[in-house]
Design a protein around this ligand. Structure first.
Ligand SMILES: [Zn+2]
Ligand SMILES: [Zn+2]
Length: 115
C-alpha cells in the first residue's frame, strides 16, 4: 500500500481513525497506534483515552464485585458461626476487610476521574 498523500511512497502504517495509508512524513506516532499527522491525531488520542478508561473501569467493577461477594460470604459464615459461640465473630474481620476492598475498587475510578 502507498501513502494516501504521496502515491509514490510506501505506507508504513494505517491511521487508526480513517484507515488511510501513511508514510513516515504523514504519520503521527501515538502510544496506541498511528494517525494522520494533522487531521486525526486528536481524534485517535480521544479514542485511546476512551478505550483505556472504560477497560480499567469495567475491570474495577468486576474486582469490586468479587471482593464484595467474598466479603458477603465471610459475613454469612460469621453470622452462622456466631450463633454457636463467640469464636464465630472472628469471621467478621475478613468480611469487613474484603467488603472494604470491594467498595474501594468500586469508588477508586470515580475518585480518580475527579482529578
Ligand atoms: Zn486519519
Ligand atoms: Zn505521505
Amino acid at each position: 500500500m502507498k501513502c494516501f498523500r504521496h502515491h509514490e511512497i510506501d505506507a508504513l502504517g494505517i491511521c487508526k481513525n480513517c484507515s488511510k495509508g501513511l508514510c513516515s512524513d504523514c504519520l503521527a506516532d501515538l502510544k496506541d497506534g498511528i494517525a494522520c499527522k494533522d487531521t486525526c491525531t486528536a481524534r485517535v488520542e480521544a479514542i485511546n483515552a476512551l478505550i483505556s478508561s472504560s477497560v480499567t473501569q469495567s475491570r474495577h467493577v468486576l474486582l469490586s464485585l468479587i471482593y464484595c461477594m467474598i466479603g458477603i460470604l465471610f459475613g454469612i459464615t460469621a453470622y452462622g458461626n456466631s450463633a454457636q459461640g463467640p469464636g464465630g465473630y472472628v469471621f467478621y474481620v475478613p468480611a469487613i476487610i474484603f467488603f472494604g476492598i470491594g467498595v474501594y475498587f468500586f469508588l477508586a475510578p470515580k475518585l480518580a476521574n475527579k482529578k
